[in-house]
Ligand binder design. Sequence first.
Ligand code: SAM
Length: 245
Amino acid sequence: MEQLYKDLAAVYEAMYYTFVDYQKEYTFYSSLFKKYQKENLLEIGSGTGNLAAYFRENGFTYLGLDMSEEMTAIAKNKYPNAEFTVEDMRFFKIDKEVQGVVMAGRTISYLRSNKDVHNTFRSVANSLEKGGIFCFDFIDASRFIPEIAGGKKITHEAVHKGVHYIRKSKWTEHLVQGMDFHWISTYYKKEVDNLIELGKDDSIIRTFTKDELVLFLKLNQFEIKEIIDKGSYAFPTYVIVAEKV
Ligand SMILES: C[S@@+](CC[C@H](N)C(=O)[O-])C[C@H]1O[C@@H](n2cnc3c(N)ncnc32)[C@H](O)[C@@H]1O
């Protein structure tokens, strides 16, 4: 598993809390579940639990699922009353079917092979009741891969609880299996004029075209309801809303 979700989990928590407006994320996803009248939810890739409190405080039944023990420990520590489980999204089973599944924050990027996507969508379909709604976002290959072709360096900064974090990244296309990219990043803390290294992450991240995800969904009992051009702090992203038929 990526260092970002292990040794760097606390740095993720601090930096992404600054990058992502989780209240806005909650408003976006909850409005979809309200529109389709779903209130009993599973979040896949629940990370450090930043959506959990919003869902719980607003009348949704919520279960968070994530493979990282370190990320889930932070989530549990922040929200001891919320329910979280440490599992792999490709092979999970839940006791009782839910009405909605949300997978946000480009969590799908970690499904590197087609088999991984297929297994995950099958597990999601098995965990949803008939008519249930699955919403997830993904990095749009058709816009992002041309943007980084040949390599792109990018720096992200965040100030959280008085600490100034800096992440220096290099993104390079990695088109060996699918529309992947290689993301090498070093995380620092800035103190006066010194950069103190906190750790490194070296990951292969998958991006997708809309058509391939529509096909994976069709193969797993889903019908597309909406495709929304959403964007995120760093990537061009779409959100797909699909119904289990
Ligand atoms: C980019 S983070 C997004 C976290 C959270 N949704 C957010 O927006 O802050 C991706 C998350 O997916 C989780 N993850 C990666 N591979 C996974 C897998 N196979 N099964 C379950 N979770 C996984 C990581 O541990 C991480 O918490």
